[in-house]
Design a protein around this ligand. Structure first.
Ligand code: ME8
Length: 518
């Protein structure tokens, strides 16, 4: 059956500074979801990118005495290198300074203006430059931004306004009749309360700086950076230049974002789309924050962890695994070096690494490296095969709703059970007795078959390790062509394959590293 195409996005990050592990967190989740959908047979559009305009970037560039574009070019380059190191499989990387995006922003601004939903008026109010957000008097807390706590500035300019208020009731009705649109439910309730408090028209142009996309019919104005940024999601889907692609992928299946920008994605963005008579994305998921010592990790607080250094030290798969396993998607989670090392040692070196090592080692020693056809079967073998197939079903169920954490847990429960299966069946004892070699062949076959299936299941999380296990099992078929269908139904592994010598996939990290960090 032809699967539905799948369109997933991350926020487009500000190239005001290099990215930290918080950004890598969002992008890794989106990557795991995109890889899973490809494995399940869907055509996928996975988009990430950079949000390059606005006052904050212009100021940063000025501080360094360089043109804004030169400033962002360098940082965007570091984004792309990071995604490569982390094995992010995005299909497109959008930069808001690209011509394709410039054209779309101007076209939609004009369209909404022509329709009468954008109008000119005087603006006087508060602005938080780090968040690029306008605030009303009643929202400002003692001269500070209610989101980030930094001082706001007064801005007075003639601006264009977007008639958000006109769409308030329609948006409310949409959220109420689509319970899954904003997730998790805590964010949904927050947004419902926000809208019920009354939506004001939004200021969508600025005149006090020029690093932005000019308003097409009044070029001393540049388009407000959030109006510009949100539009990236339709630019990359081909809104203006590829009707066929747009029909295939729009509306997006999921905008994955951090919880602090759910408001922009679930209020401003749907209203822009309503004004354009376009469909609203199926889901906005606001995940929690990575916390360091009780505080949100952020560039301005200076408590950030550099993902590049971590990848160099531990490898991309260990970092990806940790981010996906340790933190529950909707909740905040602590990042600590100690927790990372504990996960690597317990889950990767011990559970997964040992299972692979023991299996290959025994096939090598007892059967000359050949995976022989299964012989005598006992109840314990049926149980293992049943568990493997149930795991695949559970895994799909969880991955389909992006409960990556739960999907990982079921795979690791299987890994644990399979290690126990080795202890219970004691292949070393079977090997000693000629009469039991048929049993031995069954046990070793079952281990190899289970590992083959595990290799596929873990690939969305660990795209280096999955294929490594595949190759060590002696499978020469193109791993990229493998789909979930190949692991449904027990016993698809052919007998007669020659496995490699075991190579450690995750060496244990010695405790002294943790001690040194403490
Ligand atoms: O907001 N924990 O860009 P940005 C988890 N350009 N995730 C974190 C995080 C943390 N401590 N810190 C950052 C912008 N993130 C806009 C987006 S989209 C049309 C425009 C992640 O560079 C998380 O996804 O400030 C958060 O929403 C995003 O980075 C903010 O990135």
């Amino acid at each position: 059956m032809e699967k539905k195409p799948f369109y997933i996005t991350t926020p487009i990050y500000y190239p005001s500074d290099r990215l930290h592990i918080g950004h890598a967190y969002t992008t890794t989740i989106a990557d795991a979801a995109a890889r899973y959908k490809r494995l399940a047979g869907s055509e996928v559009l996975f988009l990430t990118g950079s949000d390059e305009h606005g006052q904050k970037i212009q100021r940063k560039a000025a501080e360094q005495n360089v043109a804004p574009i030169a400033y962002v070019d360098k940082i965007v380059d570091s984004f792309q290198q990071l995604w490569e190191k982390l094995n992010i499989s995005h299909d497109d990387f959008i930069r808001t300074t690209q011509q394709r995006h410039h054209d779309v922003v101007q076209a939609i601004f004009q369209k909404i203006y022509d329709k009468g939903d954008i109008y000119k008026a005087a603006y006087e109010g508060w602005y938080c430059t780090p968040c690029e957000t306008f605030w009303m008097e009643r929202q400002v807390v003692e001269g500070k931004c209610p989101d980030c706590g930094r001082p706001v500035e007064i801005v007075q300019e003639e601006s264009y306004f977007f008639r958000m208020s006109k769409y308030q009731d329609r948006l409310l009705a949409h959220i109420e009749s689509n319970p899954d649109f904003i997730q998790p439910v805590s964010r949904r309730n927050e947004m419902l309360n926000f809208i019920k408090g009354g939506l004001e028209d939004l200021c969508v142009s600025r005149t006090t700086f020029d690093w932005g996309i000019p308003v097409p019919f009044d070029t001393k104005h540049v388009v407000y950076v959030w109006f510009d940024a949100l539009t990236n999601y339709i630019t990359a889907a081909g809104y203006l230049d590829d009707r066929e692609k747009f029909a295939k992928f729009w509306p997006a299946d999921i905008h994955l974002v951090g919880k602090e920008i759910v408001r922009f994605h679930s209020i401003i963005w749907p209203i822009i789309l309503m004004a354009l008579d376009l469909e609203i994305p199926s889901k906005v998921y606001g995940h929690g924050w990575l916390i360091m010592e009780g505080d949100k990790m952020s560039k301005s607080k200076g408590n950030v962890i550099d993902p590049v250094a971590l990848i160099e030290e531990f490898g991309p798969d260990a970092i990806r695994y940790f981010l996906l396993r340790e933190i529950n998607l909707g909740m905040d989670g602590n990042f600590s070096r100690e927790a990372l090392i504990n996960r690597i040692n317990a889950d990767l070196a011990n559970d997964l690494g040992n299972l692979l090592h023991r299996t290959l080692n025994m096939i090598g020693r007892f059967n000359g490296g050949v995976i022989k056809a299964a012989g005598d079967v006992e109840e314990v073998d049926h149980q293992l095969a049943q568990l493997v197939q149930n795991t695949v079903i559970q895994y799909e169920k969880f991955m389909d709703v992006m409960d990556i954490n739960a999907a990982i847990k079921v795979v690791w429960a299987l890994i644990s059970r399979t290690n126990k299966y080795i202890d219970e069946t004691a292949p070393w004892a079977l090997a000693k007795d000629e009469a039991k070699h048929s049993r031995l062949n069954t046990v070793l076959y079952n281990l190899a078959e289970t590992l083959r299936i595990i290799a596929v299941l873990i690939t969305p999380f660990m795209p280096v390790t999955g294929p490594k296990i595949w190759r060590q099992l002696g499978l020469n078929t193109d791993f990229k062509a493998v789909t979930l269908e190949d692991i449904k139904g027990w016993g698809k592994l052919s007998a007669g394959i020659v496995v490699s010598k075991p190579e450690p996939i995750f060496p244990r990290i010695e405790d002294k590293v943790v001690e040194a960090a403490a």
